[in-house]
Structure formats: structure tokens, C-alpha cells
Design a protein around this ligand. Structure first.
Ligand code: PLP
Length: 373
């Protein structure tokens, strides 16, 4: 008897979920279904409503998070569909600094009068609870991008429930293998599947997950009518990438703690944030609510923005590029983007740790840092 998917561990589920039913000569992998329309009489009808290739990916992400998933054309497509749930003029509580795309979208919606934005220190549970009164939605990411602050998911959810506020957690940095917000009672999980879920820096894709049927129906309707749908090829690439998620995370997380520890001791570095460092302000909380600390490390260099930029330019193996979560290690100074929050220090470098040998990574990074000391 095959065991049911629910009894398997996440490291197995990333391999076993989202496959066609077994039958003689049935393919092991879902095909890339390139069609705009389906023969009449079935549940699909038209490829803006659903598509078998997306459904295989949605089954996989949904099971891993413990809910039902919908995939979108990008993380921002998913973010925007969720923000569309807020009634006109509704209050949205959000982190004072977070992923710059989400932060910019929230600001635009506030300026146009579509929502009222209330910013809060997301790593301060009392401030979060205090901001919930009269709000329609409490939005957070944890760990935050790129500050790596940790939001207390249980405390934030309890405060939101007490005030009837819809909760949203952007789980991009943790992935469902390290953190499962729906188990804490969070209403909606958002992902940029562009990052670790796909894992190869070759696709843009987003996802939302919920176990509330009415929220699911609203989000499905929003996706169908706004049209921010994924391409079947992108969904197939993401599913192919997810197969190795557990292996990639294991390697990248092990390297991340090693690099974070060594960065702390380097004279070219003034501060390191990584929730897996025992001295990190988020360590105790992250240890309670996460089963891994993720693959992203932020550090500040000595000197000024030019010094930090020169470190980014001097690595050879580590690629100087934006985005994160790929098999290849990348880094960038976040304030090179004008839309990045001014709360983020000028010399902060966000390092996305890939799967290369950690000694090769350290040799590259430390030699680049030596140039500014
Ligand atoms: C990248 C990112 C997004 C946006 O995703 P895209 O796929 O680039 O649209 C949203 N949230 C976080 C935390 C991200 O890192």
C-alpha cells in the first residue's frame, strides 16, 4: 500500500506531490499543457480559469503549506491580488520596511486613497497588536526582506483575530519547509515562487495559499478577472525546481550559518543579521516558529556605500545581482535601489546563499572584504 501524501515528510512531499495518477504508460511528470481552450463540458474550459500544469504546482505548494494554493504570474501579481481584498478605504497594517515592491505598492494604494496604510515595527509584538484596532488587514513578512527581522506569528495572529483583522504572511524567505504560517491561524500565505521555491533564477512566479474557502474563491475570481496568470511553462519549471527544495535548503542553510558566523568576525563587517545566529535579536523567536533559519544573510560593511559597492564588484564566484533563492550565490547593496527603505543602512549587503561549496564561497567573500579593511 502506498502511504498517503499526508503521512510523508516535507522532504519527500516535494518529490512526490503534483504527479499524474499512476497508470500504464502515464507520464511521471505533468506535461506542459499549451492550450488556451479545452473541449466543452469539463471543469477547466479556458486557460485563464485553470490549467493542468498550474494545478500540479498548486497541489504541491498547497499541501506543503497546509492549504489550497493559487499560482500567479509573479510574486507581485499574488501580492496585488491579496491587497485587492481590502475594502476601499480600509486600513492595512504593514512593516515599516519590507520587500520594496510590496512597500511601494502599499504606498501607491495609500496615496491614491484606495487604502489607509499604517506602518509598524513588525518585530515589536506590542506595537503590532496596538496597530490592529480598526484595521482590515495585517500584512507581514518574516524574516523581513532585507532587514531579517522576525515577526511573532502567534502573537500577531492572536491580536488580529481579537480585532477581526485578516492576516497575511509573505513566507518567501522561509519557504513552507522552514515555516508554516497557516498552522498558526494565519489567513493567507503569499510567495514569490521566483525565489527559493523555483530555485534556479530562471522563472518569475507567485502563489497565494489559504484554507478559507471564501478567501480562496475571492482570490481565484481576482486572478481570473485581473488576468495575472502564470504561463504553463513557468509553472512546469517551478515544479521541476521544487523537487530539490529540501536538498537545496539543507545545503544553503548550513552554508548560511557558517558564512554568517565568519562574517561576524571579519574586520570589514560591522553588523550581521541572520536569525540562526545565537546572538541575533530574532534568534529565540525564530527557533520557536521556524524549523530552519533560511538562506539569506544581511551584513553591513565598514566605510560608506562606495566601499560596500566595491565588495559587491570584487567577488568572482558570488554573482553581483538582485533577487535571491537561486542555486547560485548572489549579493547586492540594497540601497542601490532608490525604492529601498531609508531605514535600511547604506552599506547593507543582502547575501543569498546558494549551493556551492562553502569554502569556495568564503574564500571569494573574505577576499572581497579584505580589500576594504
Ligand atoms: C521578490 C519578492 C516579492 C516579489 O516577487 P516577484 O516574483 O519578484 O514579483 C515579494 N515578496 C518578497 C519577500 C520577495 O522577496
Amino acid at each position: 500500500m502506498p502511504t498517503s501524501p499526508r503521512q510523508q515528510t516535507p522532504a519527500t512531499l516535494v518529490v512526490s506531490l503534483g504527479r499524474p495518477d499512476a497508470a500504464p504508460d502515464a507520464p511521471l511528470n505533468v506535461p506542459i499543457v499549451l492550450t488556451s481552450a479545452f473541449h466543452a463540458g469539463g471543469p477547466l474550459g479556458y486557460s485563464r480559469f485553470s490549467n493542468p500544469t498550474w494545478e500540479a504546482l498548486e497541489e504541491t505548494i498547497g499541501h506543503l503549506e497546509g492549504g489550497r494554493a493559487l499560482t500567479f504570474a509573479s510574486g507581485m501579481g499574488a501580492v496585488s491580488a491579496v491587497l485587492d481584498l481590502v475594502p476601499v478605504g480600509g486600513v492595512v497594517v504593514a512593516p515599516s520596511h519590507s520587500y520594496s515592491g510590496t512597500a511601494s505598492r502599499l504606498r501607491d494604494l495609500d496615496v491614491s486613497g484606495r487604502i489607509v496604510l499604517r506602518l509598524v515595527a513588525i518585530d515589536d509584538p506590542e506595537a503590532v497588536a496596538g496597530a490592529c484596532e480598526g484595521a482590515a488587514m495585517l500584512w507581514w513578512e518574516t524574516p523581513t526582506n532585507p532587514g531579517l527581522e522576525i515577526c511573532d506569528i502567534a502573537a500577531a495572529t492572536a491580536a488580529a483575530i481579537a480585532h477581526g483583522v485578516t492576516t497575511v504572511c509573505d513566507n518567501t524567505f522561509a519557504t513552507p519547509l522552514a515555516q508554516r504560517p497557516l498552522e498558526f491561524g494565519v489567513d493567507i500565505v503569499v510567495h514569490s515562487a521566483t525565489k527559493a521555491l523555483s530555485g534556479h533564477s530562471d522563472v518569475l512566479l507567485g502563489a497565494v495559499v489559504t484554507n478559507d474557502d471564501s478567501l480562496f474563491d475571492s482570490l481565484h475570481r481576482a486572478r481570473t478577472l485581473i488576468g495575472a496568470i502564470p504561463g504553463p511553462f513557468e509553472a512546469w519549471l517551478a515544479l521541476r525546481g521544487i523537487r530539490t527544495l529540501a536538498l537545496r535548503l539543507r545545503q544553503s542553510q548550513a552554508s548560511a550559518i557558517t558564512l554568517a558566523t565568519r562574517l561576524q568576525a571579519h574586520p570589514g563587517v560591522t553588523r550581521v543579521r541572520y536569525p540562526g545566529l545565537p546572538g541575533d535579536p530574532g534568534y529565540a523567536l525564530a527557533s520557536r516558529q521556524m524549523t530552519g533559519y533560511g538562506t539569506i544573510v544581511s551584513f553591513e560593511t565598514t566605510g560608506n556605500a562606495d566601499d560596500a559597492e566595491s565588495v559587491c564588484r570584487r567577488t568572482a564566484l558570488i554573482l553581483h545581482a538582485t533577487s535571491l533563492g537561486g542555486v547560485e550565490t548572489t549579493m547586492e547593496r540594497r540601497r542601490r535601489w532608490p525604492q529601498e527603505s531609508v531605514d535600511i543602512p547604506e552599506t547593507l549587503i543582502r547575501l543569498s546563499v546558494g549551493i556551492e561549496d562553502v569554502e569556495d564561497l568564503w574564500a571569494d567573500l573574505s577576499s572581497a572584504l579584505n580589500s576594504i579593511t
